[in-house]
Design a protein around this ligand. Structure first.
Ligand code: CMC
Length: 431
C-alpha cells in the first residue's frame, strides 16, 4: 500500500498546471507526464500499463465499454461485411481504403512477393518435427531478417513499405510450411492467381497430387478471421513489436518478438487453449465443475476465451465470429457438433453467472475462432500461428507508424526498485 501521495490536482496546482492534457480524436484524454520526473522527482507506477498510453496512433480505436472497434475510423462490422483481408491490409498500411486501381496494384505487388527464398525452407528441417508451430514461426520469421537486412534501411519509407509487403505476402506460405513440416507433407508453392485466403488454405490443406477444391463459404470464413485479428491497437504483442523496433532493429526480428509474445495463453494462445479446454470439459454436465474452478481463487484455472483487458462489454469481434461460426457449421452440416453445443452452453452459463457478470467477463473473439478453425479442418496447434498471420499487418503498420513518428524515442521504462539498498561486498571468508 502506498503511504505517501502526491496530489497533482489539489495540493500542488502549480505543478499540476505544468502537466498538459492531450486530447485524441475519440476516447479518454491523457495526462502528458513526460516532464513529471523533472518537475516532481517522481516516476509513475503502472505494471501491466492499465492506465498508460504508450504512444499516439492513428490506426485502430477501441472503446471497450461500448464494444466498438474501428480500423482507421471504419467499424469492424462494416469491414468484415464489405471488404476482404487484402483491402483491410491496404487500409491499415495506407490509412484509406483502396479504389479499384489501387487495389489491383496492391494485389499485384503482394503476388510478386509470395515466394520465399528456397534457402528459407531449409530452416524448417532444423526443428524437431513435433515442435510447436509457434516455436517454428518465431524462428523462421526471425530468419527473414537475415535475408533482407542489408536492403532494409528503416529510416527510408520505401524500404519500410516493401518490408511490409514482403511480410504480408510471405506469411501464408511460412505459416502453411509450419503445418506441412509437422505432418511430414511436402511444402506447396503458392499460386499467384488465387486470393489471399484461398492460397493459404491450398498451401495448408492441399497436396501436390490433387487439385485443391476451395469451398467459398469456408474461404470467406477464414478471410473474416484474418480481418477480425488484423490489428488491435497497443496489445501485448504489438507493444512488443514497437518496443523492439524502437531501437531501430530489423522489422522481421521485431515481428518475431511479437510472435513470441502472441504465443502466450493470455494473448493469442487463447484460441488453442479454448479448444483444449472444451476437450477437457468434454460434456455439458461437467460445465458447472469447470465454472466453479474458474471462480476459485486458489485454482489457477481460468475460462479460456472469456474476459479482455479492454472490452468490458461483448467483444465486437466475438459477435461477428459467432455469426461466422453458425455459417460454417451450417455449410458443413455440423450444427450438432458436440464441441459447438458445449461451447454454446458454456457461454450461456457463464453469461448468467454473477461472478462473470460482475467482472464483465464476456466471450472474446478467440472463444469462437477456435471452433471455426477446427471446423475448417485446421489442427488446434496451428490456431495461434493463423492469428500471427493476420496480426502481421497490424504489427508492421504500427511499426511503420512508430518509426515515422518524429517523437520516436527508444522505449525505456523505469522501475520502482525494491531490492537491497547499497551495501559493501564482504570477503568470501566472512560471508
Ligand atoms: N476466467 C475466470 N476469471 C477471470 C477470467 C477468466 N477467463 N478473466 C479474468 N478473470 C477475473 C480475474 O481473476 C479477476 O478477478 P478478481 O477481480 O476477483 O481478482 C478479474 O476477472 C479481472 O481479471 P484480470 O486478470 O485483472 O484482467 P486482465 O485485464 O489483467 O486480463 C485477460 C485480461 C484476457 C488476460 C484475462 O481475462 C484472461 O486471462 N482471459 C482468459 C484468456 C483469454 O481468453 N485471452 C484472450 C484475450 S482476447 C485475444 C487477444 O486479444 O489476445
Amino acid at each position: 500500500m502506498a503511504e505517501n501521495y502526491v496530489s497533482l490536482t489539489e495540493d500542488d496546482k502549480e505543478k499540476a498546471s505544468k502537466l498538459p492534457i492531450m486530447d485524441g480524436t475519440m476516447g479518454p484524454s491523457v495526462v502528458d507526464i513526460r516532464s513529471l520526473y523533472a518537475q516532481t522527482g517522481y516516476f509513475t507506477y503502472d505494471p501491466g500499463f492499465t492506465s498508460t498510453a504508450s504512444c499516439s496512433s492513428k490506426i485502430t480505436y477501441i472503446d471497450g465499454d461500448n464494444g466498438i472497434l474501428l480500423y482507421r475510423g471504419y467499424p469492424i462490422e462494416q469491414l468484415a461485411e464489405k471488404c476482404d483481408f487484402l483491402e483491410v491490409c491496404y487500409l491499415l498500411l495506407n490509412g484509406e481504403l483502396p479504389n479499384g486501381a489501387q487495389m489491383k496494384e496492391f494485389v499485384t505487388i503482394i503476388s510478386q512477393h509470395v515466394m520465399v527464398h528456397e534457402q528459407l525452407t531449409k530452416f524448417y528441417s532444423g526443428f524437431r518435427r513435433d515442435a510447436h508451430p509457434m516455436a517454428v514461426l518465431v524462428g523462421v520469421v526471425g530468419a527473414l531478417s537475415a535475408f533482407y537486412h542489408d536492403v532494409t534501411d528503416v529510416t527510408r519509407p520505401e524500404d519500410r513499405y516493401i518490408a511490409a509487403i514482403r511480410l504480408i505476402a510471405k506469411m501464408p506460405n511460412i505459416v502453411a510450411m509450419c503445418h506441412k513440416y509437422s505432418t511430414g507433407m511436402p511444402f506447396i508453392y503458392p499460386k499467384r492467381k488465387l486470393g489471399y485466403a484461398e492460397n493459404f488454405m491450398r498451401m495448408m490443406m492441399g497436396d501436390p497430387y490433387d487439385d485443391y477444391i476451395a469451398n467459398p463459404v469456408l474461404i470467406r470464413a477464414l478471410d473474416r478471421i484474418l480481418i477480425l485479428h488484423a490489428d488491435h491497437e497497443q496489445n501485448a504483442s504489438t507493444s512488443t513489436v514497437r518496443l523492439a523496433g524502437s531501437s531501430g532493429a530489423n522489422p522481421y526480428a521485431c515481428v518475431a518478438a511479437g510472435i513470441a509474445c502472441l504465443w502466450g495463453a493470455a494473448h493469442g494462445g487463447a484460441n488453442e487453449a479454448v479448444l483444449n479446454m472444451l476437450e477437457e470439459i468434454g460434456d455439458v454436465t461437467k460445465i458447472p465443475e469447470y465454472v466453479a474452478k474458474a471462480k476459485d481463487k486458489s485454482d489457477p484455472f481460468r475460462l479460456m476465451g472469456f474476459g479482455h483487458r479492454v472490452y468490458k462489454n461483448y467483444d465486437p469481434r466475438a459477435k461477428l465470429m459467432r455469426q461466422t461460426c453458425h455459417e460454417v457449421l451450417d455449410e458443413l452440416n455440423l450444427n450438432n457438433d458436440p464441441m459447438f453445443k458445449l461451447a454454446m452452453e458454456l457461454e450461456r452459463i457463464a453469461l448468467e453467472d454473477e461472478y462473470f457478470v460482475e467482472r464483465k467477463l464476456y466471450p472474446n473473439v478467440d472463444f469462437y475462432s477456435g471452433i471455426v478453425l477446427r471446423a475448417l479442418g485446421i489442427p488446434t496447434e496451428m490456431f495461434t500461428a493463423i492469428f500471427a498471420l493476420s496480426r502481421s499487418v497490424g504489427w508492421i503498420a504500427q511499426w511503420d507508424e512508430m518509426i515515422s513518428d518524429p517523437e520516436l524515442k527508444i522505449g525505456r521504462p523505469r522501475q520502482l526498485y525494491r531490492g537491497v539498498a547499497k551495501r559493501d561486498v564482504q570477503p568470501i571468508s566472512s560471508r
